[in-house]
Every structure is written in C-alpha cells, then in structure tokens.
Write a protein that binds this ligand. Structure first.
Ligand SMILES: Cc1cc2nc3c(=O)[nH]c(=O)nc-3n(C[C@H](O)[C@H](O)[C@H](O)COP(=O)(O)OP(=O)(O)OC[C@H]3O[C@@H](n4cnc5c(N)ncnc54)[C@H](O)[C@@H]3O)c2cc1C
Length: 341
C-alpha cells in the first residue's frame, strides 16, 4: 500500500511513500528510533511540508511532527515560552499577541510548525527566530539521547542553522524555548512598514503584515507553493557598487557595515521572468521569488524552471542564487545539488 503526501506538502505534489507515522510524544519517537535502527530505515520529519519540494516518491518513513504543548512563565524583564515542535507557528504568534506578549508579530502568518521554524531560522519583516530563541531541545536518532542547545549552539544565519547545515535527518527538534523582552520595540523599516499611517502598536503591525502577506503570497490551499523558493543573495559593498552602476534601481537592504542583502525577487523580475510559465510550474505573477504549481506539477518541470532562473540571473548579474527550500529525493534531503547547474 502507498500513501499520498499531496495534502501534507504545500506545493501539492502527489508524491507517495510506503510508511508514514504520526509522532505525538517523545515516547513515540524513542520507539521509532529503535525500530528504524533495527530495520535500517531512513527517516524524514515533516511539519506542514511548507519548505520542502519532493522530486521523487520517498523510500523511508515519514514522521509527521504533532508533538503539541505550550507553557509560559515570566520574570520582571522577560516572557519565557516553551513550545513543543508540532505546534503551529502562526497560532503561537497569535496566542502571544492575545496574551500581551509582544515582539513576534513580524513573524505572523508563516505557515509552518515550531520544530521547522528553528531549522530554517524563519524570518520576515526584519525579524528572525534567532532574535527570540533561548534554547532548542533535540533527540538524536542514533542513540535516543536528548540534549538542550543554546541559541549560540544553533549557529543561526540567514535562513539557516546548524540543523539545516549539518543535523538534518540526524536529530528531531522536540521543543523550542523563546525569550521575549517585556520592553517592546517595533521593527518597521522593512517593506514599507514604516509608512503605516496609524498608531504603531503590536496589533496594528500584526494586522498590517497579515494584510500585506495575504496580498503578496498565494494561498497554498488553492495554489501550491512553498513561499520563497530562493534566498536573497548577500553581497559585499564592492559588488553592490558594481551592480548599481548598471542597475541603479536594484533593491537591497543593509545587513551590516560591509554587506547588503539584495532582493532576489527584483533580480528575477528584472530578467523578465515574473509570471513566466514552464509546463506545470510558473513564477508567481505578484512575487517572482515564489514558484507555483499550475495543477499537476512534476519534478522535471520544477528542475528545468529552477535551472532556467539560476542561469538567467547569473548571466545578468553574475550572482548564483541559492535555494531556500529543501529538495527531497527517494533517499531524503538532497545535499549535493548537482541537478542544478
Ligand atoms: C505561503 C508561504 C509563505 C512563507 N513565508 C515564509 C516567511 O515569511 N519566512 C520564512 O522563513 N519561511 C516562510 N515560508 C517557508 C516555511 O513556511 C517555513 O520554512 C516553515 O518554518 C516550514 O515549516 P514546516 O513545518 O512546513 O516545515 P517542513 O517543510 O515540514 O520541513 C522543513 C524542514 O525541516 C525539517 N523538520 C521539520 N520538523 C522538524 C523537527 N521537528 N525536527 C527536525 N527537523 C524538522 C524537515 O525534515 C525539512 O527538512 C513560507 C512558506 C509558504 C508556503
């Protein structure tokens, strides 16, 4: 018997697997670690499947992360939130807002679960998970050991972490500790938030971001997508000066005093690819960072379109875009992206 993963990947790919199990507790996980070790099975964790693109049917066991539970405590200066990995990130943000815990509102409406938010160091509108992460609890697949990592241990970077770089498929993130300051400072400079012409409150920022996101991003329940397919490239100031000579309207944000982050959406749009259709997939017509499933997307078309975009951007700007999503083949996450050239 095979199981379709169509409803548990937001790109809506009709990929199949033979084994799927729901993980509700750490005990479920311990049992599964033992079983898979004994039988030599590969394991792949899925939250909401909103950052993965399957290129083939998967030949291992899919673990659906559904470990729920949230608790809160506070001291004079901070809120401390302990959230288990299967909690839905956007619900956690909303719950915090309702409890007058402010700070997470810029990360509203990101459609994944808590465990995966750590993997990708989710970010939006100038804030990232790393700004709030206090600790991460993980369980290693090979020996079932549970350990706690500090923010520093997680080696967070732009849409990256030690998990994305080294530990994917080696451990299961079971919970996340967040530390949120009671002294709220709004973060507004991204994407015209500083043009909000009403009172700056956490609720108003939350509402404004939800409104922008609803307009700019396709609803994956109707149009399959995984959010940004590519990362925004980071370049040094010399490269920026060179680019600005030829492309004075290029969009970028300052990262630190030596580096800027360039809008990959702008680069792709400049190449004339916004709305570009390739067989069963397209570049979204309102945001060229997003690829959409035209209905029956297949991996051949996805790879061809991705390669076409990479080639075009490279030839115009001498910049090689990196993927933000994880590509998955029958063995698991593809690390060596030879298929992309
Ligand atoms: C419309 C849309 C908008 C988006 N907007 C943003 C955005 O603004 N910012 C942003 O950063 N991202 C964004 N994303 C991408 C995505 O939602 C996030 O990366 C999210 O954190 C992925 O969560 P998930 O539960 O769907 O993860 P999945 O896609 O299920 O998994 C992602 C990776 O994490 C691993 N993983 C999952 N759970 C665990 C766990 N418990 N332990 C260890 N590994 C695990 C998986 O094996 C996989 O490699 C968007 C996606 C969509 C569809």
């Amino acid at each position: 018997m095979t199981i379709s993963l169509k409803l548990i990947n937001t790109f809506g790919l009709n990929i199949k697997t033979k084994f799927l199990t729901v993980i509700n507790t750490e005990y479920d996980l311990f049992k599964l670690c033992k079983y898979s070790k004994k039988n030599n099975y590969r394991l792949l964790i899925l939250g909401n499947g909103s950052n993965v693109v399957f290129l083939e049917n998967y030949h291992g066991i899919i673990l659906l992360d559904r470990i729920y539970g949230i608790s809160f405590r506070e001291d004079k200066f901070f809120w401390y939130i302990h959230a288990n990995s299967g909690e839905i990130w956007s619900k956690l943000v909303y719950k915090c807002l309702k409890l007058n815990i402010f700070g997470l509102e810029n990360l509203a409406m990101i459609p994944g679960r808590v465990g995966a938010s750590v993997v990708q160091n989710i970010g939006a509108y100038g804030k990232e998970l790393k700004d709030f992460c206090n600790y991460v609890d993980i369980i290693y697949f090979n020996n079932g050991c549970k350990i706690r990592l500090t923010n520093n241990d997680c080696k967070f970077g732009y849409r990256s972490s030690i998990f994305k770089r080294y530990l994917l498929s080696k451990c299961y993130i079971v919970s996340l500790g967040l530390k949120v300051s009671k002294f709220w400072t709004p973060r507004l400079y991204f994407n015209n938030l500083n043009k909000l012409n009403y009172l700056i409150t956490p609720k108003n920022i939350y509402d404004a971001i939800c409104k922008i996101r609803k307009y700019k991003l396709p609803d994956y329940r109707f149009v399959g997508n995984v959010g940004s397919f590519f990362k925004n490239p980071i370049v040094n100031l010399n490269k920026l000066i060179e680019l600005k000579n030829y492309f004075p309207n290029i969009i970028y944000y300052n990262l630190d005093k030596n580096k800027v982050i360039i809008s990959a959406a702008w680069l792709i749009k400049y190449c004339g690819l916004q709305g570009y259709k390739f067989g069963t997939v397209s570049v979204y017509n309102k945001n060229s960072l997003i690829l959409i499933n035209n209905g029956y997307a297949n991996s051949k078309d996805i790879i061809k379109l991705v390669n076409f975009i990479l080639k075009k951007v490279k030839s115009y700007f001498s910049i090689l875009l990196e993927l933000e999503v994880c590509l998955i083949n029958k063995y698991g996450i593809i690390r060596d992206l030879k298929i992309l050239r």
